[in-house]
Design a protein around this ligand. Structure first.
Ligand SMILES: Cc1cc2nc3c(=O)[nH]c(=O)nc-3n(C[C@H](O)[C@H](O)[C@H](O)COP(=O)(O)OP(=O)(O)OC[C@H]3O[C@@H](n4cnc5c(N)ncnc54)[C@H](O)[C@@H]3O)c2cc1C
Length: 443
């Protein structure tokens, strides 16, 4: 599909470009298209998201532990759309009709189930699917009923409230033997970062007056089925993170498969029962089931849309897919990993390819550039690897430099959304807030 011109569809003025999903990739794309085409009224850009505000997903574990207040950091889609010359429609995609080039959006209900907005249809000339992924419980019994997923801010806030309740209960009965047991299933970045953040939370709560609460009150078990945590990163980084977590007090279990979960804990394949007051499932991701073969498009077993290197779906060149929901072939074999940096890079390539498509030019392939991966162990440490030609492979980084580069990925997302000046101002406000506001959200 590299090089397709799609003559015909792009000759009429004011094409409708619809982007579904305003996350790490979709919102950056909508912003760039709005600034370039919406501003000059060369195309009508519409962003659709089921939520009314955006929070960069890699920050969710900080919302869960209270280190970050999503009320302060979330971005209103409506206001952002207004400033960047695109339209925003709140709605949940349920189906695509490729013959009529129409999307179906589910009705919107209030918390009591009353209908606020009926189901709707939206037509497009060019469609970009960027609706991310959700947790994959692999059908493990009890997970849906007893574990919390960290897929959206609502779930992160739910974890936060449950965690605060547990700590409150613990501190109301000083001297009791039972500790607060938290089990995290999945030793990827989410599980590792959340484990470390919990110890930071306890430290903060102790300083706020929960005097009986300290590291010895917290019992975090991190369960990983594979041979090491952070399997996507080089072994020496896994080893460094494992050591740091163990120093904090986390019980790290590798080669441990969870077979069943109930209200009081989880069973492992090895026969152990792990007692847990609170359980988080972060052991894998997939694209929601309604996406399987949606609109007759080609999907894989994770329900990801198969795309050509140009990011156009294999069966429809008018439909692009980017980010976690796209299965994009990687140079040298395999597929592009589901990460924020991939979503960011794909948004840039999709932007230039949509412009090329509209101008009848050749579309270019997306080439994944791995800049390395960093994992934050809260305020205690940051570990990771950087990739680069200079290093001829990967270089391990730790400490302050690693922390700086870790934060840089979020800053790049902010720059893509707001530009350098506004991002600079936001950093300034963030620094002031660190002085004015409590370090931990308690409500
Ligand atoms: C806790 C956590 C920590 C992470 N840490 C890192 C990290 O350190 N580094 C890294 O590279 N990656 C990290 N990731 C992964 C990273 O967040 C994702 O790879 C990235 O966000 C994918 O971007 P996306 O644009 O594809 O989807 P998302 O950012 O998930 O955005 C999807 C958007 O689609 C919307 N949506 C979903 N379904 C529908 C629907 N049916 N209709 C309309 N809208 C819909 C959602 O509301 C959301 O706004 C982390 C993920 C989590 C959960």
């Amino acid at each position: 599909m590299v090089g397709s011109h799609l003559g015909g569809i792009l000759t009429t003025p004011k094409k409708k470009i619809v982007i579904v999903g305003g996350g790490a990739g979709g919102l950056e794309l909508a912003t760039r298209l709005g600034n370039k085409l919406g501003y000059k009224r060369k195309a009508a850009i519409t962003l659709v998201d089921r939520s009314n505000s955006h929070l960069w997903k890699p920050l969710l574990h900080e919302v869960a532990t209270g280190s970050l207040d999503d009320g302060v950091d979330a971005l209103s889609y409506l206001a952002h759309a207004h400033n960047h010359h695109f339209r925003f429609q709140q709605g949940t995609l349920t189906n695509i009709n490729r013959e009529t080039q129409t999307l179906q959006l589910a009705h919107i209900c209030d918390e009591q189930g009353g209908e606020l907005v009926p189901s709707r249809e939206l037509t497009y000339d060019i469609l970009v699917i960027a609706l991310g992924s959700t947790s994959n419980d692999f059908g493990t019994p009890g997970v849906k009923d007893h574990c919390i997923f960290l897929d959206n801010p609502h779930q992160a806030r739910h974890f936060h409230n449950e965690m605060l309740n547990l700590f409150l209960k613990y501190s109301a009965y000083p001297g009791q033997k039972k500790r607060v047991n938290i089990a995290i299933i999945g030793g990827g970045a989410t599980g590792v970062e959340l484990s470390a953040e919990l110890y930071n939370t306890v430290k903060q709560l102790h300083s706020y007056g929960f005097e009986s609460l300290d590291n010895s009150a917290l019992n975090v078990t991190l369960v990983e089925a594979g041979e090491r945590i952070l399997p996507a990163l080089p072994p020496r980084i896994s080893a460094a993170a494992h050591l740091e977590l163990s120093k904090l007090g986390v019980r790290v279990l590798t080669h441990t498969m969870v077979t069943r979960v109930n209200a009081s804990g989880l069973n492992t394949q090895g026969g152990e029962f792990i007692d847990a007051d609170l359980m988080v499932w972060a052991a894998g991701i997939k694209v929601p089931d309604f996406m399987k073969d949606i609109g007759g498009l080609e999907t894989n077993r994770l329900n990801q849309l198969l795309v050509e290197p140009t990011l156009q779906t294999t069966r429809d060149p008018h439909i692009f897919a980017i980010g976690d929901c796209a299965a994009c072939p990687k140079e040298g074999g395999g597929f592009v990993p589901q990460r924020a940096q991939s979503a960011h890079q794909m948004a840039s390539r999709c932007f230039t390819n949509i412009l090329a498509l509209m101008n009848g030019q050749t579309l270019k392939p997306y080439v994944y550039k791995d800049h390395g991966s960093l994992v934050s162990l809260s305020r205690f440490s940051t570990v990771g690897s950087l990739m680069g030609n200079l290093m001829r492979g990967s270089m391990m980084v730790e400490g302050r430099i690693a922390r700086f580069i870790y934060i840089l990925l979020y800053r790049m997302h902010q720059v893509a959304l707001h530009g350098y000046i506004k991002t600079g101002l936001m950093m300034l406000v963030g620094s002031i807030n660190r002085v004015l506001r409590p370090r931990l959200k308690m409500h």
